[in-house]
Design a protein. Structure first.
Length: 235
């Protein structure tokens, strides 16, 4: 049974890394002594070791040790044997490329669907959708496929931003870009605002956090969803 927290972001303004989620993570990973971290989306200027050390400091606050997947000779076995898994943010194109390079996309999906507790933030959340095509990231590398884990039956746009009516910026809004996606694709897209996350338990998908999310469906008007909304109807 799927058991996931899929968050828009790892860090809120004026907060520490994962601080706002730690009460949830304490419960989510309550049966875990060690967490497997996938640092493949690593932010610019960070090594896998740097990124893993940053994550380890955050999880030490709830007494969970962290090992990076790059520390294992057999990453497939590392995923299969993990007590819990976290995929962090960074660049989604890079993350997806690395997962395919090491033949991990399918085994990661199967392991999560079998019930291993999973946390995704930003890029690590993007890959929970059916494809990565609604990411905000630049295509700095070219993955062999846009298909991702399919943990949820729709796509995500983490870090979703509403248009600023006072801005003089004339570029595309997030909503415009999602509408461009829907000109060629029928998958629903959830705009997940900062501080919000999805709780996935089996086939039940609940919006959590303190902000609404914005649901986009092809040829329909966007819909605001309140915290606590059940998105299972999209299955």
């Amino acid at each position: 049974m799927k058991n996931c927290i899929i968050a828009s972001t790892s860090t809120l303004h004026e907060g520490g890394y994962l601080d706002y989620l730690l009460p949830e993570l304490r419960l989510h990973f309550k049966d875990c002594q060690t967490l497997l971290f996938i640092p493949f989306a690593r932010p610019s200027g960070m090594t896998h070791e740097d990124y893993t050390a940053k994550v380890a400091l955050a999880f030490a606050k709830i007494n969970i040790a962290v090992l990076g997947i790059h520390e294992f000779e057999n990453p497939t076995e590392a995923i299969q044997n993990a007590e819990g898994i976290f995929t962090g943010g960074g660049n989604t194109f890079l993350l997806v490329s690395q997962l395919y390079k090491f033949n991990l996309m399918t085994i990661l999906a199967d392991t999560i669907k079998a019930g291993t507790p999973y946390l995704g933030c930003s890029a690590g959340s993007n890959i929970c959708g059916l494809t990565m095509q609604t990411t905000n990231d630049m295509p700095i590398v070219y993955p062999p496929s846009f298909q991702t884990l399919g943990i949820i039956p729709f796509n995500l746009n983490p870090h979703y931003l509403d248009p600023d009516i006072n801005s003089q910026h004339m570029g595309e809004t997030r909503e415009t870009r999602i509408k461009e996606f829907h000109a060629f694709n029928s998958l629903p897209v959830l705009g997940l605002r900062e501080g919000s996350w999805l709780e996935v338990k089996g086939n039940k998908i609940i919006l959590k956090g303190n902000l609404q999310a914005r649901l986009f469906r092809q040829n329909q008007l966007p819909e605001e969803l309140e915290t606590g909304s059940d998105l299972s109807f999209l299955n």
